[in-house]
Every structure is written in C-alpha cells, then in structure tokens.
Design a protein around this ligand. Structure first.
Ligand SMILES: C[S@@+](CC[C@H](N)C(=O)[O-])C[C@H]1O[C@@H](n2cnc3c(N)ncnc32)[C@H](O)[C@@H]1O
Length: 1016
C-alpha cells in the first residue's frame, strides 16, 4: 500500500466491504437475496421495506435471539470464553434490532469487511472448550462471517477503466483476464507456446464469441468423443459378469429378491491400476513392485491387495487378490502399508531378497541381463449397481416422475484382480497399436521427440527416453486415436465455422485431449484416500510412479467424455464471468508469444500499468514440464497459430528461471535468472509511461530471493513504492504464522525512478539526516497507517519492508562510507523497528526491546508471534538480524557473549534420565533446531544446571516456572530473589506476557497464580 493511501478505502476497493442497514441495536448485513433487492434512491443505495423484507427482518431477529442463547451458554461455561474477543464482539453484533416499517426506505451503508476477525471466528469454532460447552460444533451463519462475496464476483463499475495494462509473463492469463473484465486494454506476453495458446482460450475466444461458442465446442466435441468411443471399445472387456466375491455380495443383498440378480450381475470398469514387474536377480522369478497394498483408505469402504505366491525358483508364480480391509489390516493380519518396494529398493515376493535400485533401473531401461521390466495390471477399479431396498427388504421403485416404475439403484465401487478378459483386451490394444504404428507415424501424430536434457531426468533413468514412452500401449492407442480423429475433424470444423471460430473450437478440443493425456499416463497416481487418479503433475516434476492409473476412454466412465465436460465447464465459467463485464469486444487485446526481455510490438512510454506474476527463481521449470503437453498440442495447433513460435520443444534458452541444467551450475543459473529478470524489468520500464506503475507478485519468501528481486528492480530504474501481503491468513494473535504460510502473495509496486537526479545519499547522516533515519521514520509512520488493517506480525513486517525499500530506492544508490547499502540492510532496519513495535505490543508497552538481553528479545518475540510452534530457520534468522543479534549453534551448554543467541539441536527419542544425569540433560539454549526448523524450548525441556545459573531474563523466567512447579510460590520466590533481587520487574513483566500469550488455559492459569503469589 503506497504511502498516504487511505487504508480503509483501499480495502473497500478490493471488494472487502459489507452492505449494511444501520438500525438501533446494530448493523443488519445485506447478503443473498436481500442484497439483490437494493435499489438506487436519489444517488444513494436503499432497501425498500415490503412484505419480503419484513419477513427477512423477522427471521434476522429470530436468528439473533438464537445466537444470544448460544452466546449465553458459552459465557456460562467459563470466564475465559465469556471474555474471549470473539464472544464479546459476537454478542454486540447479535443484539435485537430496532423496528422497521413497510413502505419506508432503509439507506444502505458500505463498511469495510473484517476478514481477519472472520478467520478468528473460524478458528474459535475449532476450540475444544467451545465444542464441549455447546455439546456439538458451533455453526456460524453467513451473516456472522465475511458478509461479502468473493472478489471476482464483485461489481467493478466504480473502478477506472480504459488503461493499457501489460503482463510481460502472462502464463495462463489470470492477470490479463481480470484486467479485461475491469475494462482495460490488455497486452499479454508469454514465452511458452502452451501458455500462449491458453491465453487465446481464456482471453480472446470467450471475449469474441461469448457463451454461444459453448454449443459449437459441445457439438464437435461429441463427434470426437463418439469416434474415440467406437474405436476404443474393442480394447476393454465390457459387459462381463461380476467376479465371484462381488457376485456373492450381490446375492446376499438380493437374497429375498433373487429374480433381480441376473439383471444386476455385471460390472462397469472405471480405472485400471498398474505396478511394475521385474525379475529377481536372486531367484530369477518374476516379482511385482508395489509401494503400498492399499487400494482404498476411505473409512467407509477400505480395500487392499495381496500377493499370493506359488512354486519355487525361477518358475515361481504369483497372483493378486483384492479384499475389503478390516481394522486397517488384511484378512491374515497383513499390514497394508508394506509394499514390495521402498526408497527405490525392491523385495522379491518369492525369496524375499532385496532387489537393488540400480538393478531395477537397468531392467527399466532394458539393460539388465535379467530382461526388461514390464507394466503389470494388478487391480481393476470397477462399479456395479444394485437395487435399493426399503425397510422390509423390497426393491424400491420411483413412484412418480419420468422414471416412474423404474428400480431405484445405488452404485457400489469395488476392486478386483485382473482376469483373462482384461489381459486379452490389453494384448489386443498392443497388437492394434503395432499394426497401426506406421499409419499414425506417417501422419506425424506420435510424439517421438527425445526427452531432452534437463533438471529432472528420472524418466530417462527409468527407460523413458522419448515422450510417447510415458504411456502404456492402450493409453497411447487412445490418445493417438483422439489425435487422429481431431485431425480428421479439423477441415470440417474450419469449413463450417470459419477460420477464426474454427481455430477456437479446435483449440478447446485439443484441451479435452490434453486433459486425457494428463490423467492417462504412467506418471499418474492412484489416490487411495480419495479413490481417484491424480494427474501427471500432481507434483510439479517427473518423479517415477511405482504404480499408476489408466482411465477408460469409452463406456459409462469415459475419460474422454469427462475431458470434454471439463473443458465445457471451464468455458462456461470463463464466458459467464466475462458476460456482465464491460463490452469486451471493444477492448484492445494483444497476445504476444515471445520473451518479455524484448517486446518489440510495444512502443516506448505507451503502457499505463505493468502487472506481472513473474517466474520465481527455480520454483517451477515451466518449459521442461510443459513439453509434456507441447508435444501433443504442436501436432494439432501448429498451422493454426502462425503467431506462435513452434520450435521442436519449448524454449528453454530464454526462459527466466534459474535452470542449472541449462546454465551448467547453480551459481550460473542464479546469475542468468537475475540477468533475465533484470532485462524484463528494464523492458517494462521502457514501455511504461512516466506516470505509470508496475506491480509484481512475489511468493518466494527466502531472504536472498527478496534481496535479488528488489535489487534487480532498483537497478533497472524502478522506485519501490510499496510491498503488500495479500490473502493473509488471520488476525494478530494466531500462533500458526510463518513467512511461508502467512502471506500467500506479496505485491510489490514500483514507479519509474528519475535516473537523472541521483543525489548522493548517505546511510548515516549528521543529526539524524541520513537515510537510515528516514527508513526508521517511514516504517514507524507505516505501522500507524497499517493499524486499521489488523495485519498479523509477519504481514506487518512485509508491509514495512515496502516502506524501507521506498526510501532506499528513491535515493539509490545509498552509501555507508565506501559501501553501497543493500536492500537487505534497509529491510533489516525495518525489521528492527517492527520487532521493537511488536515487543511493545505483545507486552502492552511494559517492555521495550532496549531493556532486553539478546536471548530474551528473540525468545519473547518468537513467543508472541509463533508460540512454541516450529518455524523455518530462515525466518528466525531474519528476526535475529532485525534485533541485531546472531544465532549460534551449540552442542550443549555455553556461556552467552555479545549479541549472540544459542541454539541446540533437538535430541530425538530421548530416554528418561534421572539423578545427576538429569541435571545435565535438557537444553541449555532457549531455541532448538530440528532439520530446517526452529522452535522455542519449553521450560520443562530446559537444562536444570543452566536454569540454576541463569544467563538471561528468559532463563530466569523458565527457572521461576520450574521452581514453582517443584515447590510452589516460596521456592519460586527464593529463586527469584537469588537471581534478580531488587531488580525483578522485567522478569515479572515477562511472566505476565507469558500468561497472556499462553497457548493453553493451564499455562495461563499457572502464570496468573504464580504472579499473584509473588506479589503478595
Ligand atoms: C508465475 S507464471 C505466470 C502465471 C500466470 N499469472 C497465470 O495466471 O497463469 C510465470 C510465467 O512466466 C513465463 N516466462 C518465463 N520466462 C519468460 C520470458 N523470458 N518472457 C516471458 N515469459 C516468460 C513462464 O512461461 C510462466 O508462464
């Protein structure tokens, strides 16, 4: 939020506002149908009171009365709940309202919403004491929660429109989409062809053709689906009767209605599940690799698979059996978690010998003396239907409506082992693929491109060196059939709809195929918790999947029909969102496929606003991943999009990501990323008008990423005007905050810096005239301005970085002696001010940061922000820098010196220790580290020797609590007198804060009792 922004107006412009009627007793929130009845009265919004409104009002009064009853129960349960801020405010908001009268107009007031408080209410509902007070879960009404719609549903008519907005790294186009909806002219630039095509589909076509195009996509989509269905159905065993165990379940269900059994004795296949079969180097028998034996972990119907073996030596055999698990175990008490491969090492089901990871890889690549691994079908996910029975056990039928007289049925999902029909169908699919290979290949439909060198070479390690090898034969046959059908449909579509509209329809049909390609590969995964296949990029990588799923591209559960329906739904959603927006056809939309480093189509000083969500360092290797879709899309869309550069695979060279595989090392990758981003920022500066603005989104929270990004911006000639966290999690007192979760996205706004006037600026100037002083002043002013927004501690810190960077970038370069002051130094200065402010807040002004020793300052701030939760190490490091201290690892005890804060490593699985050894056990340091996380040590985890010889006020606080637990107030008092005689005020203040910020009522009450006792 830039300086001088009216915080409340800003938040309301984002749509975070409620419409209320003010009446004696409180505000009546207009939501749902009521909000739709608002009218304009003399330029003001108003609600006319008629019979409907009166009924709604009476309902509201009743609702409030009911809520007051609930509040009374909560208040009676405990003083803690009675005084809880959520209850106090809820009670105020649940008072009876003054009367309204039919015929009158109630004027509407728009007030700022309070999402932070809403989040507090949502958290409050989860408290165990709230549940036990009410005997059930508390349910909030919509009136009690946000009170406003989701941002994209808002009426944007009040926002200025007609600007020129550029997104230089537009991806799938969410920024340009919103800019179009707001009535701006839009330029969307994107390097990657896959994303560029998506830009046409999200921005251009819905704007041009609106909802009408839906029927064209559906019409030709059905043709595509029907042809694929007809072709593929020969390669699935349809219409077979139920396997023995399911038939038995059906027989039992219909024991009293045996006439119906024949009619329902059939299955529908939904999905197939595969594992890999290797040859055991020890016994030479074939053996399957499964990383789990779970098929369904759904509580109501858990299933597993087991492997039955027979024979011995190389001729040993095995088969799969599926079963319904009981109490988390198999029929013979099998542990379903145990598969036959773990951390890349297999175990033979016959001789139980380990199969080394390298051997498995060699078999995957076909380089082993024992032969090549095979994909093996191990379970079929199927569905059957059965009649619903009434209480008397009779088959139920529809009593009325179009299905009158028909049997009411229910769907039963089950898992069965593969049978001969399945194997025959698979073999038939393989034969057909081979027989038609040349035909598909002649049409250029098979993605035979080599898997390129990149950062994730796991497919190649496991034998996938060409893209088409990511699919089994039947998957590939299905995809090639779909591609061929689309190729055949193309001329007809273009002839009937014309080139432009036709290209749009073909694009969406290709997307339907892409959806299938996504959910039908060897890179998918069966989610046994949800009973669904997880798509290829469930994780953003090419990790090997030991087991994978296949969908059926025909029949009742057709994957291609589903793919089409997904695309149609998405089109429906997008076109309905643009429907009520400003007349999109009139707006200028330019989609450019190229690098943001140089966008030659845009003139200097021509853009009002650059808004970008740039690539984040090495978070996602866009081009490497998108090749998966590209190799298919290119085959259908290449000639339809001459404006896109259809290279062999996607452009990695110019991509602004840190790509060590491309650049040779992590260091060079970093340099290249910084250079490319710097050039994109410089290009954005070229095209922006002098009074224009740039905003970029940033989600990478590591401190050096901040440094890199902000430095590139400043060096490219931008002045940072604000940093703002968006979608922060919750209000100020939560203990679940850290940089990674608190602010999901940070918006950094910049304006062009006047480069001709770089006044020499100095960090520390005489009489407080230096930039350091200005940074502190700006941050302090910011803290006051942000107050109405009730930001949590981390978000507040980020917003203050913006203020610090604003001062620094405005005066750039700033010198401290001969050294240039880095953005990080300015941010650390901001952190110092914010940390001081936070300590002040946490302690209600009782303690100032200057009163505290270094360990206590860190511990107290951490306690106030995170409680005893684990926090990423980097965040505590940030905090420590801001408090001008440094973290120091110690194996055990140590003496505190300088501005150092000790950290011990967490000892896992510690046994109970007694006697002298107990004195020595426990942590000397106030902080403990486990992996990349840090947390505060609890008093009971501390080293007693250290607490008996405390080195900081925090040690004394912990020692005091331990002594109190040992021998009540007298022992605690003796301890306090021994260590802080005549000088105990800081420790007592710490104890007060300890209680006030406690995570549990027990700790809070303990602190209160101890304080009370010490003050007697
Ligand atoms: C974080 S994503 C943008 C996501 C986007 N906001 C959306 O709604 O999908 C960053 C994008 O930058 C693109 N990109 C990477 N290097 C680029 C370059 N040199 N020029 C233009 N775009 C680039 C990537 O292909 C990727 O789509």
């Amino acid at each position: 939020m830039p300086e001088d922004t009216d915080a409340e107006a800003f938040v309301r412009m984002l749509g975070i506002e409620k419409k209320v009627v003010e009446l004696p007793g409180g505000q009546w929130v207009m939501i749902g149908k009521l909000a739709e009845r608002l009218e304009k009265q003399g330029g003001m919004e108003a609600l006319k009171v008629d019979a409907v409104v009166t009924r709604a009002f009476d309902k509201e009064q009743l609702r409030r009365a009911k809520k007051r009853g609930i509040i009374a129960t909560l208040k009676a349960y405990s003083p803690e709940l009675a005084n809880h801020p959520v209850v106090v405010r809820w009670e105020q908001e649940s008072q009876p309202l003054g009367q309204i009268h039919e015929g009158e107009y109630l004027s509407i007031k728009r007030v700022m919403g309070d999402p932070a408080h809403t989040n507090e209410r949502i958290e409050f509902k989860k408290r165990p004491d709230v549940r036990s007070a009410l005997g059930k879960e508390l349910s909030w009404d919509p009136e009690d929660l946000y009170g406003y719609g989701r941002a994209y549903q808002n009426d944007h008519s009040t926002v200025p429109s007609g600007l020129t907005v550029l997104d230089p790294t537009a991806g799938g186009g969410s920024i340009p989409f919103e800019a179009l909806r707001l009535g701006h002219n839009v330029i969307a630039n994107e390097l990657n062809p896959v994303a560029s095509v998506i830009l046409f589909a999200t921005l251009d076509y819905p704007a041009k053709y609106g909802e009408e195009l839906h029927s064209d996509i559906s019409h030709f989509g059905r043709k595509l689906v029907e042809k694929v269905h007809a072709y593929i159905q020969d390669y699935h065993p349809f219409g077979i009767t139920l396997c023995q165990s399911e038939k038995q379940r059906l027989d039992e269900h219909l024991a009293e209605n045996a006439d119906f059994i024949a009619q329902f004795n059939k299955e529908e296949i939904a999905d197939y599940l595969y594992c890999r079969q290797v040859t055991c180097p020890s016994c030479k028998a074939k053996t399957p690799l499964l990383n789990t034996c779970w098929l369904s972990k759904q509580a109501k119907d858990p299933w597993g698979v087991k492997i039955e073996t027979s024979g011995s030596g190389a001729s040993a055999r095995y088969r799969f059996e599926t079963y319904q698990a009981k109490n988390g175990l198999g029929p013979r008490g099998e542990n379903l978690e145990h598969g036959t491969v773990k951390r890349g090492i297999g175990q033979c089901v016959h001789c139980q010998q380990a199969i080394p990871g390298d051997e498995i890889k060699m078999q995957a690549r076909g380089e082993s003396q024992y032969g090549q691994w095979q994909d093996e079908l191990y379970a079929v996910v199927a569905i059957r239907h059965q009649p619903k029975l009434d209480r008397q056990g009779n088959v139920q039928r529809f009593a009325s409506g179009p299905r009158r007289g028909e049997i009411k049925t229910e769907k039963i999902s089950f898992f069965r082992p593969p049978n001969q029909h399945d194997q025959d169908a698979l073999a038939a699919a393989s034969d057909t693929l081979q027989a038609n290979w040349a035909r598909f290949d002649d049409q250029g439909l098979i993605p035979t491109e080599k898997f390129p060198q990149g950062n994730d070479m796991r497919p190649v390690t496991y034998g996938v060196d060409q893209w088409y090898k990511l699919f089994n034969d039947r998957q590939l046959l299905g995809h090639l059939t779909a591609m061929e059908t689309l190729k055949q449909l193309k001329p007809q579509i273009l002839r009937e709809l014309g080139d432009e509209r036709g290209r749009a329809v073909i694009t969406y049909l290709q997307f339907a195929i892409d959806k299938v390609v996504d959910y039908n590969s060897k890179q998918t995964r069966w989610h046994f918790g949800r009973g669904v296949i997880v798509g290829t990029f469930g994780r953003h990588d090419f990790s090997l999947k030991w087991t994978y799923g296949e969908i059926v591209l025909t029949g009742q559960n057709s994957g291609i029909a589903w793919g089409l329906s997904q695309v149609l739904d998405a089109y429906q959603g997008i076109s309905s969102l643009t429907k009520n927006a400003v007349d999109l056809k009139k707006q200028d939309l330019k989609i450019i496929n190229g690098s943001g480093v140089h966008i030659s189509d845009i003139d200097d000083n021509s853009v009002d606003f650059v808004c970008m969500d740039p690539p984040y360092y090495n978070n996602v290797q866009y081009s490497e991943l998108s090749d998966y879709y590209y190799v298919w899309q290119k085959r259908s869309l290449k000639e339809l999009y001459p404006e896109i550069a259809w290279t062999r695979l996607t452009n990695k060279r110019e991509e602004a990501v840190a790509n060590p595989a491309r650049d040779g090392s992590a260091r060079k990758a970093k340099e290249e990323y910084e250079e490319l981003m710097g050039e994109i920022f410089a290009e954005s500066r070229r095209v922006v008008k002098d009074d224009g603005l740039m905003t970029l989104m940033f989600t990478h929270k590591a401190q050096d990423a901040w440094e890199t990004l902000t430095r590139s911006l400043i060096e490219a000639g931008w002045e940072i005007t604000s940093c703002f966290p968006v979608e922060s999690e919750s209000g100020h007192s939560t203990h679940q905050m850290n940089m990674a979760s608190a602010a999901s996205t940070i918006f950094i706004s910049c304006r062009k810096r006047n480069r001709d006037n770089p006044e020499p600026a100095f960090w520390s100037g005489l009489g407080g005239s230096g930039i350091q002083h200005q940074v502190r002043g700006a941050v302090e002013a910011g803290l006051a301005e942000f107050r109405p927004l009730r930001l949590n501690a981390v978000d507040q810190m980020i917003a203050c970085y913006g203020r610090a960077l604003q001062v620094l970038s405005k005066h750039w370069p700033v010198m401290d002696g001969d050294d240039e002051v880095s953005p990080m130094r300015a941010m650390n200065e901001a952190s110092r001010v914010v940390a001081g402010h936070q300590i002040n807040e946490i302690t209600d002004g009782r303690i100032s940061v200057d009163d505290l020793d270094s360990e206590t300052a860190i511990a107290l701030t951490m306690y106030g922000i995170w409680g005893h939760d684990e926090v990423p190490f980097s965040e505590v490091l940030n905090l420590s820098r801001s408090l001008n201290t440094s973290l120091e690892n110690h194996a055990g005890g140590y003496s505190v010196h300088g501005r150092k804060v000790g950290v011990n490593s967490q000892i896992s699985g510690r046994r109970a220790i007694t006697g002298q050894a107990a004195e020595e056990s426990g942590y000397a340091a106030p902080l403990i580290k486990k992996g990349s996380k840090l947390r505060l040590t609890r008093p009971e985890e501390r080293n007693l020797k250290r607490l008996n010889n405390p080195q900081s006020d925090w040690d004394v606080l912990h020692g005091l609590l331990i002594k109190y637990r040992e021998g009540d107030v007298p022992v605690a008092r003796t301890y306090l007198e021994a260590h802080r005689e005549g000088n105990d005020s800081t420790v007592l203040d710490l104890l007060t804060v300890w209680g006030e910020e406690a995570e549990t009522a027990g700790v809070r009450n303990e602190a209160k009792a101890l304080l009370f006792g010490l003050r007697q």
